[in-house]
Each structure stands twice: as structure tokens, then as C-alpha cells.
Design a binder for this molecule. Structure first.
Ligand SMILES: Cc1cc2nc3c(=O)[nH]c(=O)nc-3n(C[C@H](O)[C@H](O)[C@H](O)COP(=O)(O)OP(=O)(O)OC[C@H]3O[C@@H](n4cnc5c(N)ncnc54)[C@H](O)[C@@H]3O)c2cc1C
Length: 450
């Protein structure tokens, strides 16, 4: 355990001190590893403090209050000798080098080094630009999910519009209606909340104004006494408060720093939207909790995911201390799937004879899987991208329907292949083999990272 923070060296740096980060920190110290836990708020599990309601998932302690649980997790972690807790701090810069791992600059100018980096930075509410333009100054009458949770207990009875149809929106509609608010619930789709919430909502027909399957408003304009809402379907309306509850995305701040660090080191970086991918593990980059997108976001799953991440970090660090392949060797192990000379008939082209039936084409494709761990033993086919799937997708995409332009077909192929798990980049070339008697014509495209 280092004494001074200046250039302090740890086995693992964890960014984010919510349930996932705390759970991982606890396991990592039990595995004998030193940990720096960096949290931008002034306390650990800060997000749970505004959730003052009981939880029945805590086995043996039904009705446990989430805020109390958060305080218990924080006390536990603060009592662990091998975990250095850094509160009210966030990273301002990250560097990654194959031989050394991660070097982190904190916002107070100090720095630390760690061989592994775990992102446990949770989610952030979606704030569509159309409702929260960057130019507009914040107005407490127009809220996102966190803003509403923080103040919903204190709001005097009012006319409230909730945009959204998931768990959060429906739960808030029921909560606010029970406290005397005049609630309108507006969703672009059918209600997507869990069945029990939807049943409770339907029991409030009449008490809550419900607008399922309604196109979202075109404009929200917050002012001192309320929020103007403009939509094609309902015209101009006024509410005292509006909350935009359209879901969450991975909190981007730390992801972006890690991505920049990898990019500068010449390694395929995470792309947006951020998701955990096995290809990051050989670089010593791990994700846990809500930020990983592995599971339904909840405290219990975040705690479990923290444990899973801690074991993955340990598995990464162990070979380094046992003289196994170095980080640099692992990093260079970029893998690419090549599909060459795949020939079949496709309905393609704008010429009359091209519209009459399929013509022979050839597709050549490369699929970049980025840095991969060195695999010296046979593993389950389920752990790799099966090249049969790549071949089948190419044939399916080219034969599903008639496409006029070769360029459009390339676009469809790139889009479909880029969606496969772990794919960082795609190169495709499509050749019309018999379009002219004296030559072939081909167009190629490249997208993603190479
Ligand atoms: C309104 C609401 C109600 C909910 N109700 C329930 C419920 O009833 N039951 C339940 O089980 N779950 C509930 N949840 C979900 C639950 O809170 C989360 O699933 C859980 O907290 C996820 O834990 P986590 O550690 O992955 O992320 P978080 O708890 O979000 O923790 C992430 C931490 O990372 C920190 N952080 C982010 N970026 C940085 C950075 N760059 N530098 C430093 N620190 C950073 C944040 O400050 C935060 O403390 C609710 C969530 C919300 C928003």
C-alpha cells in the first residue's frame, strides 16, 4: 500500500464508488490486491442517498432502505486497509502503455498508476438535445430522472407531465398521483414497465391522464412559472413541471478518457454507445455494474457484477506476476476474419437485364475484431465470433431484396457486420462478375477502426 498519493502505484484503479465499484473493491482486497477507488461525489454510494424507499430483494432483511444500505456499503469500504478511497475526485486524463498499464491524472493535479482499470461509473439519464438544448440555462421546472428523484418528495401538488413509459416513468406517475399531483403520463410506445406497475397504472385510469403511443412533443420551453409543451397531437399546453424519463445511457466521462488513451496508444478504442467487450480485458480495462450493460440495472445486480469484474481483474493480473505473455504481446494480437471470393447470385443494379433476375457477384470481406487475448488452448465456439455467421449474414443481406446501387448494398453490409459483438471495423468489396463482357466492376468500402 503506497504512503503518498504522488505517483502512487496500485494493482487496480476503480473509477466510480457506487455499489459495483464498492463490491469490486471489497473482493479485490480480499484477493490480496491494492485498490484506489475514485468517486467524484463527496461520499460513496451517493446515488443511493436520494432513494429513500424499502427493498425486498435484500435476503433476510426485507424492507431495507436503499439509502441506509448505501451508507452501510460506504462504511464497509472505508474500513478496508488495502482500499484507498479518493472522494470528490475524478480523473482528468488517462494514459495507457503496454508495459506499464494505466496512468491517471486526477482533477487536483495528483497522479496514480495501476495495472488494471475498472470503470464502475454507472448510468446517466438521457437528456435529448431537443428538450435540453445546450444553450438553455437549467430550470428546476424541467427535470431529468435524477432531478425528479431528488425533489419529488418536496414538490407541492401541481400539474406534472412525465415523458416516458418504462419502469421509472410509471413508478413516478403512481408515486406523484398518490401525493395529490395531477399527473399526465406520455409515452411514444405502449407501457414498457414491468407487469405489476402497468397493472397498478391501469387501476388509476381517470386519476392519471394517460397518453400511450403518442409522438413526443416538438418543443418544451421552461419559464419561471412552468413549462410550455408544444405537440402536433395535443397543441400548446402548460404544466407546472415536466420530467423527461426516457431512459439512461452509460455515463460517458471515464469511457471517453479511456478511449482517448487507447487511441493515442494505437489500440482500437471503445466506440459509442459504450459497451463492455472481451477485447478490452487483455488491455487491463474492465467494466462493472450499470456501466457494463450486462444486466438489468439494480443495486443487487451491480453488487454481483462487481464480484465478477474483480475475478476477471485478478485473472488478468495473475499471469503478469507469473511471467506469462506480456501486455505488449497480448496487445499486438489483433484478429481479423477474412472471407475471400464468396460467389453467389444477387438481385442488384438499375439496368433492365439486372432487374430480370440475379446476377453473379463476389464478396470479399475483412472483419476486424481488435486486440484479442492470446488463446493457447481450445475454447468454446460460443466465445468467439463464428465466421459461418459472417458468411451467412453477407449472403442474407445481398439476397434478401433487390438493391439498385452497389453503394447501398455496401452500406447495408457494413452496418449489419458492424453490429456483430466485438467487431471494431469492416472492409467489404462487392464485384459484379458479368456486368460487362470485357471487365468486372467492383466497389469497396471501409468503416470502423483499422
Ligand atoms: C431514480 C432511480 C431509482 C432507482 N431505484 C432502484 C431500486 O429501487 N432498487 C434498485 O435495486 N435499484 C434502483 N435503481 C438503480 C440503482 O441505483 C443502480 O442500478 C445502481 O446504483 C448501479 O450501481 P453502479 O455502481 O453500477 O452505478 P452507480 O450507483 O450509478 O455508481 C456510479 C458512481 O460512479 C461515479 N462516477 C461516474 N463517473 C465518474 C467519474 N468520471 N469519476 C469519478 N466518479 C464517477 C458516480 O458519481 C457514481 O457514484 C434506481 C436508479 C435510479 C436512477
Amino acid at each position: 500500500m503506497p504512503n503518498a498519493l504522488q505517483s502512487a502505484q496500485y494493482d487496480v484503479a476503480i473509477i466510480g464508488g457506487g455499489p459495483a465499484g464498492c463490491s469490486a473493491a471489497s473482493w479485490l482486497q480480499q484477493l490480496g490486491l491494492s485498490v484506489a477507488l475514485i468517486e467524484r461525489e463527496a461520499q460513496l454510494c451517493a446515488g443511493l442517498q436520494s432513494l429513500q424507499f424499502g427493498q425486498d430483494w435484500v435476503l433476510g432483511s426485507p424492507g431495507q432502505n436503499l439509502a441506509t444500505l448505501g451508507q452501510q456499503y460506504a462504511r464497509h469500504i472505508e474500513g478496508l486497509a488495502a482500499v484507498q478511497v479518493l472522494l470528490a475526485r475524478k480523473p482528468s486524463h488517462l494514459d495507457w502503455a503496454a508495459a506499464e498499464g494505466w496512468c491517471m491524472q486526477l482533477d487536483d493535479g495528483r497522479s496514480l498508476k495501476a495495472r488494471a482499470l475498472l470503470l464502475a461509473t454507472g448510468l446517466t439519464p438521457l437528456r435529448p438535445e431537443i428538450f435540453f438544448p445546450v444553450s438553455a440555462s437549467p430550470n428546476p421546472r424541467l427535470m431529468d430522472a435524477l432531478g425528479l428523484t431528488a425533489c419529488r418528495d418536496q414538490l407541492p401538488p401541481a400539474r406534472i407531465l412525465l415523458l416516458g413509459g418504462g419502469d421509472n416513468a410509471v413508478e413516478n406517475a403512481l408515486f406523484l398521483q398518490a401525493r395529490g399531483h395531477q399527473v399526465t403520463l406520455w409515452s411514444r410506445s405502449d407501457w414498457r414497465a414491468q407487469q405489476s406497475l402497468v397493472e397498478r397504472l391501469k387501476a388509476q385510469t381517470g386519476a392519471i391522464t394517460m397518453r400511450p403511443r403518442s409522438a413526443m412533443p416538438n418543443r418544451l420551453s421552461a419559464h419561471a412559472s412552468g413549462v410550455g409543451v408544444q405537440s402536433q397531437q395535443f397543441g400548446d399546453e402548460q404544466f407546472d413541471h415536466v420530467a423527461v424519463l426516457l431512459g439512461f445511457e452509460a455515463e460517458p466521462s471515464a469511457w471517453l478518457l479511456a478511449g482517448d488513451a487507447l487511441q493515442r496508444a494505437g489500440v482500437t478504442a471503445p466506440s459509442y454507445p459504450f459497451r463492455d467487450e472481451p477485447r478490452f480485458a487483455p488491455l487491463g480495462l474492465f467494466v462493472a455494474g450499470d456501466a457494463s450493460g450486462h444486466q438489468h440495472p439494480s443495486v443487487q445486480t451491480a453488487l454481483g457484477d462487481g464480484v465478477v469484474a474483480a475475478k476477471a481483474v485478478e485473472a488478468f493480473l495473475r499471469p503478469l506476476t507469473e511471467g506469462q505473455p506480456t501486455l505488449a504481446m497480448r496487445r499486438n494480437n489483433r484478429q481479423i476474419i477474412h472471407i475471400s471470393g464468396l460467389r453467389f447470385g444477387a438481385n442488384l443494379g438499375v439496368l433492365d437485364f439486372e432487374r430480370e433476375g440475379p446476377q453473379p457477384i463476389q464478396v470479399d470481406a475483412e472483419v476486424n475484431l481488435g486486440a484479442q487475448a492470446i488463446v493457447s488452448r481450445d475454447a468454446d465456439i460460443g466465445h468467439v465470433l463464428d465466421y459461418r455467421r459472417v458468411r451467412a449474414i453477407i449472403i442474407d443481406e445481398c439476397t434478401a431484396e433487390h438493391t439498385d446501387l452497389l453503394e447501398a448494398l455496401l452500406g447495408k453490409l457494413c452496418t449489419r457486420l458492424m453490429k456483430l459483438p466485438g467487431v471494431a471495423g469492416v472492409r467489404v468489396k462487392v464485384t459484379k462478375l458479368e456486368i460487362f463482357p470485357d471487365c468486372q466492376v467492383a466497389i469497396s468500402a471501409e468503416c470502423g477502426q483499422w
